[in-house]
Design a protein around this ligand. Structure first.
Ligand SMILES: Cc1cc2nc3c(=O)[nH]c(=O)nc-3n(C[C@H](O)[C@H](O)[C@H](O)COP(=O)(O)OP(=O)(O)OC[C@H]3O[C@@H](n4cnc5c(N)ncnc54)[C@H](O)[C@@H]3O)c2cc1C
Length: 506
């Protein structure tokens, strides 16, 4: 710890001056890393790599290290080298160099992982964010994407061809990390809950430095692992082949707000509506949050709400409207403090209205999250409600329940769990001195929500909590993942899932 303090302070000074120059935004945007002119020659050379190679000795090391992670909870972990590859050949060269020099490898794509898994102690980070090619095959309704592609880029490319993908809800999230670890995307209810099941193939650089094709017929065991292993996958995915879907012609939402004390109105009506109508195609999100316009004099425990939205993605306005009618006819609509019904959107407009980077969901502060996958999402919300009302440490702290996951178990995917609902508890704050209170609040959600868990979702767990990654997989799937890791990466070149000790930074 002591060792890191001085460089950290120096880095803060650098960050402050670079922010003033407007450079920081460019760095955060990731893909610009490879082309940013920094005006110095770096010491380390990797044969076959033209992209930047930044070592611990370089004066801008701390700046680059921090830029590997999008949010502000920068891990206290220090890799030896950061390598910004510009092609698949450079990925191969970097992997071979790491193997020959006994450097463990971690990977960074969109950099959004809440635990900052791209940044590990020692070894090499391969930054894939400059690889941003997207190809759409309209006749096959597929996309082939490189790992630096973000949510918004894929949405736009697919939409231009009349197609769509269940992309991350926030525009800047990397499609690669999101999809490899599961991926609860826009319109998840109609696409099997998890975007990982829409992976139809991949190109993977193995620990041996070999580029292999992975699909249901070629290397099927790697195909199984690619579809769900997420931040513990033992290879570099240089291309994902994705199934696309027809672009919905009508996207419509109905939102309802009730005070948190009346959460029962949301959950009981939701249960009734789902029992009496087929709304299984509708994305249903209930968010416990602080009222964004609560006057400052209102104490935080009195300004909490449940913000419920039903999202219909259909071929016509009439069909979308029909799916949302049961909500409009329900007691939920009658008793809501505020409602906004039958509002039409384009895919891209959804980012702005519901998941923009200005809103709690996408705000760039210090950031942690943990979750359960459950068949009793409403039970979890009620179990968490008091803890949220009375103890939520910041205004942006929120709890999100996504119903109608419609996950199907697939033999050729290591995503283990079939559950109706995902519930995530998010803490977002600004000041380092508030880390403790935020971690503490999140830790206390576990005994409240875990009794309802079927399992956990690997892209949004906090490994400071015991065994969290392990519990993202069934015993059988975990054993098979370990066997495949031994087969494809016998010397442990790629970092394993982040451990509790590493996550705590001790
Ligand atoms: C603002 C925000 C919004 C989000 N919205 C959603 C959402 O709507 N739905 C949802 O399900 N999740 C969401 N997430 C969580 C998101 O899925 C994870 O954070 C995911 O890990 C992000 O992927 P990335 O590529 O951006 O991250 P990175 O931090 O770059 O990647 C995380 C890890 O994944 C592995 N990885 C990534 N790419 C590769 C590759 N090409 N080859 C091998 N391994 C790789 C590596 O181990 C890497 O360290 C959100 C997160 C944030 C911060």
């Amino acid at each position: 710890m002591k060792q890191s303090r001085t460089p950290r302070r120096l880095a803060m000074k650098q960050l402050a001056s670079m922010a003033a120059m407007g450079v920081l935004a460019t760095l955060r945007s990731g893909p610009a890393l490879a082309s940013a002119a920094i005006g110095r020659i770096y010491g380390t050379r990797i044969p076959g790599v033209q992209g930047k190679v930044i070592s611990k000795q370089d004066s801008n090391y701390e700046l680059w290290r921090q830029a590997m992670v999008w949010h502000h909870s920068k891990p206290q972990r220090y890799p030896e080298l950061i390598v910004q590859v510009q092609s698949v050949e450079e990925v191969v060269a970097a992997v071979k160099y790491a193997a020959n020099n006994k450097l463990k490898v971690a990977l960074r794509a969109g950099g959004h992982n809440s635990t900052g898994t791209a940044v590990r102690n020692g070894g090499m980070v391969i930054d894939l964010s400059a690889l941003r090619d997207v190809r759409i095959d309209t006749s096959k309704q597929t996309a082939s994407i490189q790992p630096g592609v973000r949510s918004l880029q894929l949405t736009r490319a697919a939409e231009a061809k009349g197609l769509s993908f269940p992309v991350p809800h926030c525009p800047s999230v990397g499609v690669s990390g999101f999809t490899l670890g599961g991926g609860i995307g826009l319109n998840y209810a109609q696409h099997g809950g998890m975007a990982t099941h829409s992976i139809i193939g991949a190109e993977v650089v193995t620990a041996e430095g070999k580029l292999v094709t992975v699909n249901a017929n070629e290397n099927p065991d790697l195909f199984w692992a690619v579809r769900g292993a997420g931040p513990g996958f033992f290879g570099v995915v240089t291309r994902l082949h994705l199934q696309l879907y027809p672009l919905p012609k009508a996207i419509m939402t109905s939102s309802y707000i009730v005070p948190l004390d009346e959460l029962e109105i949301v959950t009981s009506n939701l249960q009734k509506i789902r029992k009496e109508n087929d709304v299984s195609r509708v994305e249903l999100l209930a968010v416990l949050t602080e009222h964004p316009e609560a006057p400052p004099e209102v104490p935080p425990e009195e300004s909490k709400i449940c913000f419920f939205t039903a999202f219909a993605y259909e071929d016509s306005v009439a069909e979308a409207r029909a799916l949302l009618e049961p909500f409009a006819r329900s007691d939920l609509a009658a008793k809501s403090a505020v409602k906004d019904e039958f509002v039409e959107f384009s895919m891209e407009e959804l980012y702005d209205k519901y998941f923009s980077l200005r809103d709690p969901a996408g705000r760039q502060g210090r950031y942690k999250v943990d979750n359960v996958l459950t068949n009793d999402g409403s039970g979890v919300l009620h179990a968490l409600a008091d803890h949220f009302r009375n103890n939520a440490p910041t205004k942006d702290c929120h709890i999100l329940a996504s119903y109608n996951m419609n996950i199907e178990h697939q033999e050729d995917s290591c995503f283990s769990w079939v559950a109706d609902c995902y519930v995530g508890c998010y803490v977002i704050w600004d000041k380092e001195e508030e880390d403790g209170v935020n971690y503490d609040w999140l830790s206390k959600t576990l005994p409240l929500m875990d009794p309802f868990a079927i399992g956990h979702y690997p892209n949004e767990v906090e490994p400071r909590h015991t065994d969290r990654y392990r519990k993202c997989y069934s015993d059988e799937d975990w054993r098979r993942l370990e066997q495949l890791r031994n087969k494809y990466d016998p010397s442990g070149l790629f970092h394993h899932y982040l451990t509790q000790v590493e996550a705590r930074g001790v």
